[in-house]
Design a protein around this ligand. Sequence first.
Ligand SMILES: NC(=O)c1ccc[n+]([C@@H]2O[C@H](COP(=O)([O-])OP(=O)(O)OC[C@H]3O[C@@H](n4cnc5c(N)ncnc54)[C@H](O)[C@@H]3O)[C@@H](O)[C@H]2O)c1
Length: 248
Amino acid sequence: MSARHAGKIVAITGAAGGIGQAIVCRLAHEGARVAIADIADCAETIELARQAGGEASGFKVDIGSWEQMRGFADQVRARYGAALIAVHCAALQFMSAFEELSTEQWRATHEVNVLGGFHLAKAFLPAMKLERWGRIVMVASSSFFAPPPRMTHYISSKGALYGLVRGLAAEVGEFGITVNALAPGLTRTRNAIAGVPPAHFAAVMKHQSIKRSGEPEDQAAAISFMVSDDAGFMSGQTMLVDGGEGHV
Ligand SMILES: NC(=O)c1ccc[n+]([C@@H]2O[C@H](COP(=O)([O-])OP(=O)(O)OC[C@H]3O[C@@H](n4cnc5c(N)ncnc54)[C@H](O)[C@@H]3O)[C@@H](O)[C@H]2O)c1
């Protein structure tokens, strides 16, 4: 175990698998204790964090509910103490032609992707302000900068996260709290490998400067920096980790 995040408590949404799971393993390996809010079972992530030499625990939370998020914050405080690092990674991701989208699907996407991020930040900010140190990261998407079709609901929700990051960064900087966005490019998570045709991975790679597919660990490495002391002078920014496919 390395000590980059020793003594830090992290609250993260959406880490039962995928990019969130890689983030948990990386931060746990680097000394943080990580509390996960997810509607799915987090046993696999908890075990992988343990194998990485660290500690994580899972809480069943629907992040679209303020009551559940507040309950999560209470439980994290009781178990670990103040979480001064908050990472919003959960998202609903599905494709649909715009005209086929229902109001319910639009609302559900924004409830998880945007409202969930708002709830996480709101629940954990008070402790960060008290300690006069905090790191908030919203995991958004490179699709905002290179938008594919049939994802308008998703791209809209990720765009809202960039707004949240800019506004909140301006408001809480005086308390030593940074707020940033991570914009992953197409990443080889289990779900992406199952759902995205190999031809699409190849097509995206053609536009990348780095000629390999993105891995969850690439995103975790960026997050490790963004939540560290080293990133104390970076706020309101978007870090695009997409192999050089796009440019902010
Ligand atoms: N995989 C990619 O290629 C890619 C590309 C760009 C951006 N991203 C972004 O990275 C993040 C992680 O992506 P991933 O592919 O690993 O996702 P994933 O689908 O594997 O994980 C999303 C997690 O969110 C959880 N979740 C969904 N609704 C929830 C709710 N209401 N309350 C709590 N948890 C909920 C799910 O249970 C799941 O564990 C997302 O924000 C996604 O938009 C991913």
